[in-house]
Design a protein around this ligand. Structure first.
Ligand code: LMR
Length: 330
C-alpha cells in the first residue's frame, strides 16, 4: 500500500531532466489535521502516489498528517507565507481568510453529494476559486468528507428545543455560529485535535461532525447521543501557495499536478462515501451511542428554525452566492 512512512524513505535527489531543466526533486509539503485512515488522509496518499508516477519521482509530495506540522489555527497562514506548499482545510477554516467559503456551511443547502459537486463545478466554485487567488492561494480541487451529524452527551437532539443552552464545539464560521444561535445553543471553536479532550472534560458537551471524524477520533466514546441529521456538509478545499504554483513549477509540472488532482478527486469523493457508509455501520454495531435518525417532519422543524441563517449569511457572503445556493436548493 501507499503508507505515509514510505513518503519519508527517499530524500531529495539530484537528477538531470532535459525536459524541465531542473536538476533537483521538487518537494511539496502537504499538511493536514486528520489521520491517515480518513477520507482526506487517503486522498492525500493517493495524490502523492499519482504525482510520483506521473512525474517519474521528480515531484515528491510529502505528507504531514494529524496536525503534526500545523493545525487549523495556523495552517492557512503557513500556506500563505509559503512555509508549506499545500493544505486541505475544511470549508469553515478557509472562510476565516476568505469569508465567501461560508456558503458551503449553510444548513440544508445540499441534498446529497452530487449537489455539492455541482456547486463546485458551477458558479459557486468559480467565485470561491477567484477569491482564493486574490489571497495568495490556488484552489486545486475539492475533496469530500461527508454530511455532518449532531452529537451530545446531554440529551437526544430531536427537536430544536433540545439544543437550548448546550455547549457545542464548532468549526470557526459565522454561518455555523448563526446556525447554533437560532437553536439557542452556545458555541466554542476548538481545533480538531483537542475535541476529544474537550468533550471528555465537559468543556463542551456537544458537537457536529461527519461520521468519519466521529469514528476515527473516537468521539463516540465521549458522546452519548447522535442524531443522523445530514444537516450540513463537511468538505475541503485543496489549496496550494500561489507563488509556488506560478513560479516554482514548470507548465509541464502544473499539468501533471492538475491531472493527478483530477484523478485523485474522482477516486477520493467516491471513497469518502464508502468510508462514511462503512463507519456508520461500525458505529451502529460497536459504539454505545444512542442513535436517532431524523424524520422528515423533524427535519422540516429544524429547517424552519434555521431559515434566518440564510438572511444573516447574506451580509457575510453577498447576494450572488446566496442566490446561487438557493437556485441549487430548488
Ligand atoms: C474538524 O475540525 O472537525 C474537521 O474540519 C477536521 C477535518 O479536517 O476533517
Amino acid at each position: 500500500g501507499i503508507g505515509f512512512s514510505s513518503q519519508f524513505n527517499s530524500g531529495p535527489h539530484a537528477y538531470d531532466d532535459e525536459q524541465t531543466g531542473l536538476n533537483e526533486q521538487t518537494l511539496i509539503r502537504f499538511s493536514f489535521v486528520v489521520a491517515e485512515n480518513t477520507p482526506k488522509g487517503l486522498a492525500a496518499q493517493k495524490f502523492a502516489q499519482i504525482v510520483k508516477e506521473k512525474t517519474n519521482d521528480h515531484i515528491k509530495v510529502e505528507l504531514f498528517p494529524n496536525g503534526s506540522l500545523y493545525n487549523e489555527t495556523d495552517e492557512m497562514e503557513a500556506l500563505q507565507r509559503g512555509s508549506v506548499q499545500m493544505i486541505a482545510p475544511s470549508f469553515s477554516n478557509i472562510s476565516e481568510v476568505v469569508p465567501e467559503w461560508m456558503v458551503m456551511d449553510l444548513p440544508f443547502a445540499f441534498h446529497n453529494e452530487e449537489d455539492v459537486e455541482k456547486a463546485f463545478r458551477g458558479k459557486i466554485g468559480s467565485i470561491l476559486q477567484k477569491k482564493l487567488e486574490s489571497n495568495g492561494m490556488v484552489g486545486l480541487g475539492f475533496w469530500a468528507n461527508g454530511f455532518q451529524q449532531m452529537t451530545s452527551n446531554q440529551r437526544p437532539l430531536i427537536h430544536p428545543e433540545d439544543f437550548h443552552d448546550l455547549k457545542f464545539r464548532i468549526l470557526p464560521s459565522k454561518v455555523i455560529e448563526s446556525q447554533f444561535r437560532q437553536l439557542k445553543a452556545r458555541t466554542y471553536p476548538i481545533p480538531f485535535n483537542q475535541v476529544y479532550r474537550s468533550m471528555e472534560s465537559g468543556d463542551v458537551d456537544s458537537g457536529e461532525n461527519s461520521i468519519s471524524n466521529i469514528y476515527s477520533k473516537k468521539l463516540y466514546q465521549v458522546q452519548k447521543y447522535m442524531t443522523l441529521s445530514n444537516h450540513a456538509f463537511l468538505g475541503y478545499g485543496v489549496l496550494m501557495n500561489r507563488s509556488f504554483w506560478n513560479n516554482s513549477l514548470t507548465s509541464a509540472q502544473r499539468e501533471a499536478l492538475t491531472e493527478a488532482m483530477q484523478e485523485t478527486t474522482i477516486w477520493a469523493n467516491q471513497n469518502a462515501i464508502s468510508i462514511n457508509q462503512k463507519q456508520w455501520d461500525e458505529l451502529k454495531r460497536m459504539s454505545q451511542l444512542q442513535i436517532h435518525i431524523l424524520t422528515e417532519d423533524e427535519r422540516a422543524e429544524w429547517q424552519q428554525v434555521l431559515e434566518p441563517v440564510y438572511r444573516e449569511a447574506q451580509t457575510f457572503i453577498g447576494k450572488e452566492l446566496i442566490g446561487a445556493v438557493n437556485e441549487l436548493r430548488g
